[in-house]
Design a protein around this ligand. Sequence first.
Ligand code: FES
Length: 115
Amino acid sequence: MDTRPSSIPRTSLETISFKPTLHVFICTNDRAQTGDPRPSCGPQITPEMVKEIKLWIRTQGLTADIYCTKASCLGFCNPDGGVMCIWPQGIFLKGITSVDEIKQVISDEARRVGL
Ligand code: FES
């Protein structure tokens, strides 16, 4: 059955029928070396930290339930730390400073949704 919304044209695009319970996006955008004076999540939050989170999710046995994706700017840049969001809840958090904080946020939300 074709589950695409009617607004998506019928082309060679194929819908992937997979829906994780949580999809976590973590910004690693780094403006430190660009001359752009605006604050950014990197280098405080790094791609290596996101990789560590993905491995941790795997060790929790939640690979099929929790997707974690490294993201570029999520639009809430601030000088206090990184930004992450969780879908489909649409929860945005800023001020992230460590892998442990990210794990705690994911653990709390996973518990809240019954994972
Ligand atoms: S740089 Fe991370 S939200 Fe903008």
